[in-house]
Design a protein around this ligand. Sequence first.
Ligand SMILES: O=C(CO)[C@@H](O)[C@H](O)COP(=O)(O)O
Ligand SMILES: [Fe+2]
Length: 227
Amino acid sequence: MAHPMIAPSILSADFARLAEEAAAVAGSDWLHVDVMDAHFVPNLTLGLPVVQSLLKATDIPLDCHLMIENPGRWAPAYAEAGAYNVTIHAEATDDPIAVARDIRAAGAKAGLSVKPGTPIEPYLEILKEFDTLLVMSVEPGFGGQSFMAEVLGKARAVRKLVDSGELTLVVEIDGGINADTVEAAAEAGVDCFVAGSAVYGAADPAEAVRKLRAQAASASPHLTLAV
Ligand SMILES: O=C(CO)[C@@H](O)[C@H](O)COP(=O)(O)O
Ligand SMILES: [Fe+2]
């Protein structure tokens, strides 16, 4: 049985100390990197040069969440740089399959993300082109927002397809994950939990990761703690 994956989001870290902030969550499964362009979302964060530096500073696989317009222009470069998983937004492109194929050809896992108001049904057919589905449980753009439980139906629907063998996919959730919400997400069949403020706002970020993982395992029908 797989274990719950925890992906701390460096959006809530100190951007002047990113190497230390990555070290502070040693033992995490992925390090989640929110790339925002001030067009697809009303916020601006970091881009490829920072990701290239971060790749030299940590061994934790990077999970790059591209909240940008025209992801086909940029996503392959994140894969070529060495990101482990590169996720694009369904709402940002007319040709998600082409972008997914380019990401995979450049050596990374490909992820598809959907905003809270975006239904999953129109995308079920193309999920075989992806390795990760990132269900947004807040409106993308900012950390520290409240979890939207109504998106969990999307995780449940895709979990069923994974459990029946129709899809091979990591189901990931992003936004408002903390000690009060992680169990509901786990119960819905999520595999990977992004957490920004709940990890970097904690006195001991590595301990916060361990606690979230244990809580997720306790509530998940399909995940357990590694022995
Ligand atoms: O992509 C985003 C926000 O757009 C997230 O990755 C946030 O960084 C999560 O932060 P918390 O909600 O966990 O504080
Ligand atoms: Fe994110």
